[in-house]
Design a protein around this ligand. Structure first.
Ligand code: FAD
Ligand code: PYC
Length: 416
């Protein structure tokens, strides 16, 4: 583990960090690995870390076509919670939330996980009934969750306009107090540094362009930096899962949509929780820098364009100002988009593929950041044992032929 004294910090500052040790190495690819992970986002890096840490599989490479965290990991709005409806999802997301609670210590890297609570607002009777059903289901699964009345919402988050005569009055909310936010790129960097220290090779600027297969079994990957052999390959390439599956000769039941977000100019601390409203299609939190972090539902069309659009800014800000009139004169700084792979039941796919030795972890749609440690943890188990971890057994690809779907459109809490 790297250690810096006050003197070395000063020396590095004065020498423009020229001798600063890198947080992870940038090796050339070896000819062969036991496991290759395709995709250097949080999920891919977490998978590599847990393969090495918990299963002793250290001859591992993570190959990333761009830079670490340059996909959805670095583009998301960092909401972490585990208040999903069905037992299978509650098990998976709660496993992840528990890992978040010890993650900075485990990685010895501050991922700035802040359990400031997540509110989901109800604006009509249907919302209230749906939230109550989910809160009850959460409690049966040991997940902390509660219903707040309008007055309790006002007391918990005074900035929200709870007056009865607005277009979408607040009739109540669900609250998960253990939910919150984290610093997204720190998550990628923390997992990368810890995986590297355990011997994992992290190879950036290396795009996978095809697979080497013999008799239905994967033997390696074709990349912009040549062929790399592997006994097993795990694909964790959010936004491009279908493109990669097509390279390996199978199809996924996935649609890829842009999901947009934006931030305001920074202001003093005014919002110390996360507020989501599915009915008005907006959610908001305040970053540690002071920016208001705002997001919308997915774009209605399929696209691979990682850009923001003015129509979404306009609609989303109208919704935000309706709930938070105080923010009406804030200026917006930046907007962007990420490509999210959405499954028909708004739940992920984690497990084997029709190609032996090739595993896939995808379809997290609008909500995979919160799952980063848990997803990596169970996917590493799946790859190491050639069998799903009990927590991801229900999330196999064959549920789309068996019909055993896990419909989480309500809990996804971002309009699809
Ligand atoms: P990524 O970080 O996208 O990593 C996949 C990597 O694969 C990328 O770096 C990509 O470059 C790489 N790759 C692709 N193709 C190839 C190839 N051929 N060869 C090599 N590498 C390749 N989730 C939440 O839980 N809470 C939120 O608040 C939240 N907000 C969001 C807001 C926005 C605007 C967006 C876009 C998403 C949001 N999400 C949220 C969803 C979340 O970001 C994703 O589900 C999650 O980050 C996926 O992580 P990942 O590591 O699988 O993907
Ligand atoms: O899954 O909680 C979530 C989320 C919030 C914003 C985007 N996804």
């Amino acid at each position: 583990m790297q250690k810096y004294s006050i003197f070395s910090l000063a020396r590095n500052a004065l020498t423009r960090h020229e001798n600063w040790r890198e947080a992870w190495r940038s090796p050339d690819p070896k000819p062969e690995y036991d496991v290759i992970i395709v995709g250097g986002g949080g999920h891919g890096l977490a998978t590599a870390y847990y393969l090495a840490k918990e299963h002793g599989v250290t001859n591992v490479a993570v190959v990333e076509k761009g830079w670490l965290g340059g996909g959805n990991t670095g583009r998301n709005t960092t909401i972490v919670r585990s208040n999903y409806l069905w037992d299978e999802s509650a098990g998976l997301y709660e496993h992840s939330l528990k890992l978040w609670e010890g993650l900075s210590q485990a990685l010895n890297f501050n991922v700035m996980f802040s359990q400031r609570g997540v509110l989901n607002l109800a604006h009509n009777l249907h919302d209230l009934r749906e939230l109550s059903r989910r809160v009850n289901a959460n409690r049966l699964n040991g997940v902390d969750s509660e219903i707040l009345s309008t007055d309790e919402v006002k007391a918990f988050c005074p900035l929200i306009d709870c007056s009865p005569d607005i277009r979408y009055p607040v009739l109540g909310a669900s609250l998960q107090r253990r939910g919150g936010v984290a610093r997204h790129d720190a998550v990628a960097w923390g997992f990368a540094r810890a995986a590297d220290a355990l011997g994992v090779d992290i190879i950036q600027n290396c795009e996978v362009t095809g697979f080497q297969r013999t008799e239905g079994r994967v033997e390696g990957i074709e990349t912009t930096r040549g062929i790399i052999k592997a006994k097993k390959v795990g694909v964790v390439a959010a936004g491009h899962s279908s493109v990669i599956a097509a390279m390996a000769g199978f199809r996924l039941p996935i649609e890829s949509h842009p999901l947009q977000a934006l931030v305001s100019e920074p202001v003093k601390p005014i919002l110390d929780t996360v507020v989501m409203s599915n009915a008005v299609h907006a959610y908001i939190s305040q970053s540690d820098k002071g920016e208001m972090v705002i997001g919308a539902g997915i774009d209605g069309y399929i696209s691979y364009s990682q850009r923001g659009g003015f129509d979404v800014v306009e609609d989303t800000l109208q919704a935000v100002v309706e709930l938070f009139p105080t923010l009406s004169r804030l200026r917006m700084l930046r907007q962007w988009g990420g490509i999210v792979d959405v499954c028909p039941d708004a739940s992920p796919i984690i497990g084997k593929t029709p190609v032996d030795g090739l595993f896939i972890n995808c379809g997290w749609g609008t909500g995979g950041f919160k799952a980063t440690p848990g997803s990596g943890n169970v996917f590493a188990h799946t790859i190491a044992h050639d069998e799903p971890h009990p927590l991801n057994a229900a999330f196999s690809l064959d549920r789309f032929s068996s019909g055993a779907l896990v419909d989480e459109h309500g809990a996804a809490a971002v309009a699809h």
